[in-house]
Each structure stands twice: as structure tokens, then as C-alpha cells.
Write a protein that binds this ligand. Structure first.
Ligand SMILES: Cc1cc2nc3c(=O)[nH]c(=O)nc-3n(C[C@H](O)[C@H](O)[C@H](O)COP(=O)(O)O)c2cc1C
Length: 221
């Protein structure tokens, strides 16, 4: 959580968002009691819009209903998001209606609460060196945003983010990466889009692939 590479990276992004005037609230899903969706569909039939489970999802429903930009922060776990993040997202279905509409040639459940300019951003780190480690996660979040009828603005991703504090301690200058991560936070609030160049600096190569592989191997030997 607060000690992790995701949180450290997210802090820079949120610093930028706050600089640009955003009101920011951070929720650690891992600290909450969130039970898995049972697939009972009471939230669409018996108690429309309400989940019958009584756990910590209540405040999240309230937030999602009126939050302009949802920033999902997760490390890559087994080529996707963390289990608890997925469990939380499964529980979002009370915010959708059961009936299906064909929207842009695709079956969709319309949202109960439409947020004008509603956006979703992914902020993620992974252990390995390659950018394609984020591909399945980005595809997933992009698809999910469409279902929630929110715009997927983009992904701010940093491979081997775990190494950054260590490398900076050793004297490596990574200021451009930190500054670009802060700038990405500013851009989403100020412009509603990311500049490609900003995202490229955030995820730029720092070390050769072989060095990253060696560092990981040494940690676990
Ligand atoms: C269960 C598990 C699965 C992981 N799967 C991947 C993976 O598929 N690809 C990858 O590049 N890193 C993977 N990692 C590495 C994490 O993404 C990396 O350690 C990250 O920095 C963890 O972020 P955190 O410190 O915020 O928890 C995995 C780590 C764990 C614990």
C-alpha cells in the first residue's frame, strides 16, 4: 500500500493533479472490506441500484457517482490488475442498469448516473522491463471504461518502478521521469488529455533489459 512502488509513483501523479487545482481523494481498496460479487443480480431486479451486500462498497458507490475522473492505481499482477481491484470493479454493476442497449454497434448496460466528461485513467507499475507488460491491463481498462460510458484518457505506466528509489539513491538522475509524472497529473486536470511526449518520458528506458533481469534475479536468490 503506502510503502509500495505504485503508491510512490501515484504520489507524483496526484501532486500534479493537485497543482492543477483538482480535489483529490485516495482510496486504498486493500484497506476495505469488499466481498466478491455473488452474481445474484438483485441490484438489477429486487433492489435496483442497490447491492444487498453490506460491506465497504457503499462509500465507493457514492464517490463513483459524482467523480469526474477515476484514477485506477494498480501494479501489474499476473498480466492484469490486482485481485482486490478487480473484485471492487466487479461490484460496480449496481451503478449500471440491467437492460441492454446497442450503443455504437455494441451491447451495453447503460449507467444509472451519467457523469458529463466522466473519465478513467490508469496509473500502473510493473516489475519487468518491457512496456508490453501493460498491454493486457490497458486493454482491460479501456474496455471497462467503454462499459461505464466514461472516456479512457490513457495510461501512465512505469516499468521496474521498484528500482527508482534505489537508482536515485545511487546518484542516477531521474528528475525528468519524476517531473513528467507530475506533469501528466497536471495535464489530465488542465487539458483532459495526456501529451504523448509526457507519457514517453514517464516510461522511458533507464536500464537495459538484461540489467533489470539480473537485479530481479539477485533479489530473489
Ligand atoms: C503476484 C504478483 C504477480 C506479478 N505479476 C507481474 C507480471 O505479470 N508482470 C510484471 O512485469 N510484474 C509482475 N509483478 C511485479 C509487480 O508488478 C511489481 O513488483 C510492482 O512494483 C509491485 O508494486 P507495489 O510495490 O505497489 O506492490 C507481480 C508481482 C506479484 C506479487
Amino acid at each position: 500500500m503506502e510503502q509500495g512502488a505504485t503508491a510512490g509513483f501515484m504520489e507524483y501523479f496526484l501532486e500534479g493533479a493537485k497543482n492543477a487545482g483538482a480535489e483529490v481523494e485516495v482510496i486504498y481498496v486493500h484497506k476495505l472490506d469488499i466481498e466478491p460479487c455473488t452474481g445474484c443480480f438483485n441490484c438489477w431486479i429486487g433492489t435496483p441500484g442497490e447491492c444487498i451486500q453490506d460491506d465497504d462498497m457503499g462509500p465507493i458507490y457514492d464517490r463513483v457517482k459524482d467523480t469526474e475522473t477515476i484514477v485506477l492505481g494498480t501494479p501489474v499482477y499476473v498480466d492484469g490488475m490486482t485481485g482486490i481491484m478487480k473484485t471492487m470493479l466487479d461490484r460496480m454493476i449496481p451503478l449500471m442498469r440491467g437492460k441492454v442497449e446497442i450503443i455504437n454497434g455494441h451491447c451495453r448496460h447503460p449507467p444509472r448516473h451519467s457523469i458529463p466528461n466522466g473519465k478513467i485513467v490508469l496509473v500502473s507499475v510493473c516489475g519487468f522491463a518491457e512496456l508490453d507488460n501493460f498491454d493486457p491491463l490497458i486493454a482491460h481498462v479501456r474496455a471497462m471504461a467503454k462499459n461505464m460510458q466514461r472516456e479512457f484518457v490513457g495510461a501512465v505506466v512505469r516499468p521496474y518502478a521498484w528500482a527508482l528509489p534505489m537508482l536515485m539513491k545511487q546518484g542516477m538522475d531521474l528528475t525528468d521521469i519524476i517531473q513528467a509524472t507530475i506533469k501528466a497529473g497536471e495535464e489530465i486536470v488542465r487539458d483532459g488529455i495526456f501529451q504523448d511526449e509526457t507519457l514517453q518520458i514517464v516510461s522511458r528506458e533507464i536500464l537495459p533489459q538484461e540489467t533489470v533481469a539480473d537485479m530481479i534475479s539477485r533479489q530473489f536468490q
